[in-house]
Design a protein around this ligand. Sequence first.
Ligand code: UTP
Length: 289
Amino acid sequence: MPIKPLRKAVFPVGGLGTRFLPATKAMPKEMLPVVDRPLIQYAVDEALEAGIEQMIFVTGRGKSAIEDHFDIAYELEATMRGRGKSLEVLDATRLAPGAVAYVRQQEPMGLGHAVWCARDIVGDEPFAVLLADDFMVGKPGCLKQMVDAYMQVGGNMICAQEVPEDQTHMYGVITPGRRDGALTQVKGLVEKPAKGTAPSNLSVIGRYILQPEVMRVLETQGKGAGGEIQLTDAMARMIGDQPFHGLTFDGQRYDCGDKAGYVTANLAIAIGRADIGDSVRAFAVDLLK
Ligand code: UTP
């Protein structure tokens, strides 16, 4: 069967973000900025680079800032124009008409449930899932690396990363099969295994390429770890039916769902920036003396 190219991406942004309270009480965690761009903007840029044409956001209550971010802000733009300020900084927030869709997850019942909420917009084609709080920095970007590999092998693909043994209970973990360069065959998957029971330390990171059949599996997927409907559990049920690979991404991942990871990302990106890098680096060096 020919490999169908990817055109659509799902961004589940319906989580509660409890680890970032009170910052996330009235604002989605995906709007937290790394320097001056919200996490969701980096994820959308990564998807565009990978050739994605339609962005599907699975939102929840209190997430309207994301819709506003990818909309035209007439008042702001008119005021900026009036003051002679360039609007170029807003270019990335402009998505083509029809290139963005929103669906509401009424209750945060888990990542699997969030993805399933997008089933009608996804339709009968493969799609990507990007968790914006996993901030991936690479050249090319993480999803582009995955798409390039996917066009060779097809099927389902997840981004895989080795994590310290004492952290595997926080991740979906892979039972690895044959390894070929950056690709590892996925023979099994378990979500948040109890400490000491993980099949390896190769873990699932927030980027996925999935075949539409996963929506039918999710339909009957019961609650898993943490009482949530887990995407990992549905993917595990597809192993054996379709090719399934983990791609080890060439680049840096920052776990921005976690406070330490988020602060680290800000520091790393700030230091690399042409406009503020020198002063931030000088301050950091001074601070650590
Ligand atoms: P997390 O478990 O990391 O996010 O979900 P969370 O629940 O928002 O955060 P904490 O743990 O309370 O701080 C991973 C991703 O899945 C989305 C989240 O928005 C995040 O991008 N998600 C999770 C949903 O969209 N819906 C859900 O029901 C659960």
